[in-house]
Design a binder for this molecule. Structure first.
Ligand code: DX5
Ligand code: ZN
Length: 227
């Protein structure tokens, strides 16, 4: 049975594995290749082992594209930085349910900052933690790898989790976006879309040495449309 939604499928290239020496060109190539959003992975070395970048890079990316900026905060106490990322030009800000004590308050903060509010779940976190907050958010992100690094392998049970989250959202917030992040490639993008995901983060499947960015996006788009 397919859980494909009527919400449009949107591809969100993550710049984590892009060449930061020519970031503006990488983003322009993604935009020309049909990217719908740019996904920015912010890591603090505490919530996740890795450190990536902060609001300064988000502001630089803002000047390089008119696409919406989908900012994924993998940081402890995200409430301390919502203002900074909103000011840097984020369109949407996603925080982890595991990273804050007062999730409802952080979601309110994001909405008040003028951004779309998203919440993310680590692979081992139960979907039950979404129930109370889901009516207040614009997007739910299901992590399909343990956050921290690009280029990891997709955790197979994530498709079943996506179906269960989509079912919960259909009950409590039917227009809410369902995003999947981690290890998505041409081989599994059809499955995640058929499992109800409509915002698809693609990092190493887009920014790699194998093919040009636009060609990678074209192949992903085609595979995502397969029924
Ligand atoms: C993982 C990040 C992802 C990652 C995606 O912590 O949230 O956005 O960069 O990269 P791939 O698609 O290579 O798994
Ligand atoms: Zn991400």
């Amino acid at each position: 049975m397919s859980f494909r939604t009527n919400l449009p499928t949107r591809l969100a290239p993550s710049i984590l594995t892009a060449n930061f020496g020519s970031l503006a060109e990488e983003i322009a190539a993604a935009e020309a290749g049909g990217a719908n959003l740019i996904h920015l992975d912010v890591m603090d070395g505490r919530f996740v082992p890795n450190i990536s970048f902060g609001p300064g890079i988000v502001a630089a990316v803002r000047t390089a594209t008119s696409l919406p900026l989908d900012v994924h905060l993998m940081i402890e106490e995200p409430e301390r930085y919502i203002g900074a990322f909103a000011e840097a030009g984020a369109t949407g800000i996603t925080v982890h349910v595991e990273a804050t004590r007062h999730l409802n308050r952080v979601v309110q903060q994001i909405v008040e900052s003028g951004c779309r509010a998203g919440i993310a779940l680590n692979p081992a976190s139960p979907i039950e933690s979404l129930r109370e907050i889901s009516p207040f958010v614009d997007l739910v992100l299901v992590m399909s790898v343990n956050p921290g690094y690009g280029g990891q392998q997709f955790i197979q049970t994530s498709t079943s989790k996506l179906r269960r989250v989509r079912k919960l959202l259909d009950e409590f917030n039917p227009t809410c976006d369902l995003e999947v992040d981690g290890g998505v490639d041409v081989h599994n993008i059809g499955d995640v879309v058929r499992s109800g995901a409509n915002v698809i983060v693609v990092g190493s499947a887009v920014f790699n040495d194998r093919r040009p960015v636009a060609e990678n996006l074209g192949r992903l788009r085609q595979a995502a449309a397969e029924r």
